[in-house]
Design a protein around this ligand. Structure first.
Ligand SMILES: C[S@@+](CC[C@H](N)C(=O)[O-])C[C@H]1O[C@@H](n2cnc3c(N)ncnc32)[C@H](O)[C@@H]1O
Length: 214
């Protein structure tokens, strides 16, 4: 195993908030096919690789534009050449994670908007393919709804979708705009798919939904 060091500049994904829940979910689910929408510099991706590929071979599909998008929050004022650095850090951190595990972690990168990447995966025959899907891309309600519905199609029965930032609110000078937050979309999805999913018991800032049936 290598002793290479990660290069992260943020801690959106951290041990206090995420890993306890993920560790207990993964102990049951034993995911081998994972889809992550919104990877940034690969902090959550690296955790997925280290955690899952220490036990078995895995396949991780990573969807991100790695360029300035609609979210004020995600680009966080970064200018174009900094996005290049973010993308480079992602590739570096993935290599570090792969060097630390005993099993094969195949990483398939989809550099694209999710509303193009996910239909492409469906067109390639990957309906019901994934065990775990983590949605942490655009935080605009209309985009999150699109990610949720397409992810449901890509998820196998018994698989789990994790929504990051369920209760996140964009700090705006005029207050909160629910259309620029994930919650409205996640609520619409869980209501419409209530007979096909169940909401899992977990701290509420992230919401985990299990697919029961097609
Ligand atoms: C909050 S960051 C992801 C953080 C990462 N999951 C972690 O915990 O380390 C959100 C990412 O989503 C990407 N993104 C935003 N809108 C997107 C879209 N419509 N399609 C694909 N990726 C998008 C951004 O480029 C950014 O890298």
């Amino acid at each position: 195993m290598s002793s290479l060091e990660y290069n992260f500049t943020n801690a959106w994904f951290n041990e206090t908030e995420n890993t306890g829940v993920w560790d207990s979910l993964f102990a049951q689910l034993k995911p081998t096919r994972v889809l992550e929408i919104g990877c940034f510099e690969g902090r959550s991706t690296s955790y997925l690789i280290e955690k899952l590929a220490s036990c078995r071979d895995i396949e991780v599909h990573c969807v991100d534009t790695w360029e300035r998008g609609e979210d004020v929050y995600a680009p966080n004022g970064l200018i174009e050449h900094e996005w290049t650095a973010v993308e480079e850090r992602f590739h570096y951190n993935i290599k570090v994670a792969q060097s630390k595990v005993s099993h094969v972690a195949q990483v398939i990168i989809h550099k694209s908007f999710s509303d193009r990447a996910l239909p492409k995966l469906l067109a390639e025959g990957k309906a019901g393919y994934f065990d775990f899907i983590y949605i942490d891309g655009s935080h605009q309600a209309s985009d999150v709804l699109c990610d949720a519905v397409l992810s449901f199609r890509l998820l196998r029965g018994g698989g789990i979708i994790g929504f990051d930032d369920y209760l996140w609110q964009e700090p705006l000078p005029y207050g909160t705009d629910p259309l620029r937050c994930p919650k409205l979309a996640i609520d619409a999805f869980t209501n419409i798919y209530a007979r096909k999913t169940r909401i899992m018991l977990a701290p509420l800032y992230r919401l985990y939904v299990q697919k029961l049936t097609d």
